[in-house]
Ligand binder design. Structure first.
Ligand code: PBG
Length: 327
């Protein structure tokens, strides 16, 4: 049936008609809230390139987590900013490391909250790379041992899910093996299976003080030009034991999200990264874009492409909008 008999506008006429035929929905359960935690007390330091996002010390972090929890958010993703860095990133697996203490404190107060921890070395190494540097290059296999130690230390502290973001080959298998050996068979792995080498991480590196001091991350993160390679990466991580796979960043890579959705049955997470947050914030602060509408549109697009979960710095804001019934 064609025009004039068929008229698609009939179902767009009112709010309730539109709601009736809406295909994609965003729920508070879909969201993961990333948080930066640093040493010290009473710290709530705004990140310049990410207005509204802060580095928290553990005491203020707990207040923030309480607010998030009360808004209905179910999961947080923690990034640690240690006070000491060294060549091998040893503070990343210290029993009293910043993340280990933060996880214990959060779990004491909010046992039901899903606590996910970033497993990587870049915030902890003096050179800022995501692995151990040997002869000027990031050494894959040496790094695996560090990652396994970090993951086990997070599990000991009470993390529900560990999220390796380093992009070393074989790390999911190595981490799974280490967790199982240490009797943490119940701890899940959310792997950054498809992580592109992206300029959209710029503001994060300010937030986490994790920019590489020499070179860049092109020898381990993926080339933005590749999508078939994304399938291979995801396939490997699933074979190695990933419970959730992730694509990162979000908006420039929705074709990849869609491809993975069609190819795999595992839960799929997508990370709306710091640069994506910064762009929306900057344009709306200039009065050039409407923040809430842009935010909604980007998140619904990410879900439409096939994401089950979205990691976003806007998580609290979205939870508030959902409570108000904004759609
Ligand atoms: C650490 C890591 C990065 C991000 C998450 N984990 C930065 C990087 O790879 O340099 C970026 C997140 C964001 O930009 O919001 N490896």
């Amino acid at each position: 049936m064609l025009f004039p008999e068929y008229r698609p506008r009939r179902l767009r006429r009112t709010d309730n008609l539109r709601a009736l035929v809406r295909e994609t929905h965003l729920r508070v359960e879909d969201l993961i809230y990333p948080l930066f935690v640093c040493e010290g007390e009473k710290i709530r330091q705004e990140i310049k390139s990410m207005p509204g996002i802060y580095r928290f010390s553990i005491d203020t972090l707990l207040e923030e987590v309480k607010q998030a929890f009360e808004l209905g958010l179910k999961a947080v993703l923690l990034f640690g900013i240690p006070s000491k860095k060294d060549e091998t990133g040893s503070s990343a697996y210290a029993k009293d490391g910043i993340i280990q203490r933060a996880v214990r404190r959060i779990k004491e107060r909010f046992p039901e909250l899903v606590v996910i921890t970033d497993v990587c070395l870049c915030e902890y190494t003096s050179h800022g790379h995501c692995g151990i540097v040997k002869d000027g290059e990031v050494d894959n296999d040496l790094t695996l041992e560090q990652l396994a130690r970090i993951a086990v230390s997070h599990a000991k502290a009470g993390a529900d899910i560990v999220a390796p973001s380093d992009m070393m080959d074989g790390r999911v298998a190595r981490i799974r093996e280490a967790l199982d050996e240490a009797d943490f068979t119940q701890v899940a792995i959310m792997s950054y299976a498809v992580k592109y080498c992206s300029a959209f991480y710029g503001p994060f590196r300010e937030a986490a003080d994790s920019a590489p001091k020499f070179g860049d991350r092109r020898s381990y993160q993926m080339d933005p030009a590749n999508s078939r390679e994304a399938l291979r990466e995801a396939y490997l991580d699933i074979e190695e034991g990933a419970d959730i796979i992730m694509v990162k960043p979000a908006l420039s890579y929705l074709d990849v999200v869609k491809m993975l959705r069609e190819e795999f049955n595992h839960p799929l997470a997508v990370y709306q990264v710091s640069g994506e947050y910064a762009m929306i914030k900057a344009a709306s602060q200039m009065g050039w874009l409407e923040e809430e509408r842009i935010l909604w549109e980007t998140l619904i697009s990410i879900k439409r492409a096939g994401a089950d979960l979205i990691i976003t710095y806007f998580a609290k804001k979205v939870a508030e909008l959902l409570l108000k019934g904004v759609k």
